[in-house]
Design a binder for this molecule. Structure first.
Ligand code: HEM
Length: 157
């Protein structure tokens, strides 16, 4: 199955990534987590994304899923569903680097009736060789845009 041509710039994402992350926010206690991310090519012009996280004791934490679309080789559209009652439509430019790419995505968020209110999010994704780095900030629960998550993952087997 040939990779759709629009995905060439992010083809190195395909596969499973595993690593560690740290979380914080002004309203909560800081925490650490293990993160696994999988990007799957299904032969269409998007990658299917699944993320799972665990606490240091192995208990399940946040998980999310979605689709990474490359609109025109220069822009990323990340369509995400959160089990906490949000949908995120995160968009931003794609910058090709010597050994991968970086992207800064700003999102529009829709909250369900009972979800904690998330106003907006900013995600930074950086692929450098076999290292995938993520950074996540949000304006939520009355707090302006503030850092929540950072993680670094390596290509899994
Ligand atoms: C690696 C992924 C993530 C992990 C491990 C994580 C973990 C946590 C933890 C442990 C808390 C504090 C306890 C709790 O309220 O459950 C929290 C709070 C929160 N998180 Fe995250 N989170 C993740 C991703 C996200 C994402 C993607 C969003 C938004 C789209 C989000 C929005 C929030 C909100 C709104 C709160 C509540 C803050 C408050 O009540 O003051 N989190 N998160």
């Amino acid at each position: 199955m040939a990779l759709h041509p629009t995905l060439a710039a992010v083809a190195d994402l395909i596969g499973t990534w595993l690593g560690e992350g740290q979380g914080e926010y002004p309203t909560i206690e800081p925490f650490s987590y293990t993160e696994e991310v999988t990007f799957t090519d299904v032969g269409k012009p998007f990658l299917h994304y699944v993320q799972r996280t665990w606490s240091p004791s192995g208990a399940p934490m946040h998980t999310e899923t979605g689709f990474l679309r490359i609109a025109d080789a220069a822009a990323v559209e990340f369509v995400l569903a959160q089990p906490t009652g949000q949908t995120e439509l995160a968009e931003g430019p794609l910058t090709i680097t010597e050994d991968g790419f970086t992207s800064r995505l700003e999102s529009r968020v829709v909250n369900s009736a009972t979800a904690k209110h998330v106003e907006t999010t900013v995600r930074r994704i950086e692929l450098t060789g076999d290292v995938l780095t993520t950074n996540f900030a949000m304006a939520a629960v009355g707090v302006p845009l503030t850092h929540h998550l950072a993680s670094q993952m390596h290509r899994g087997c």
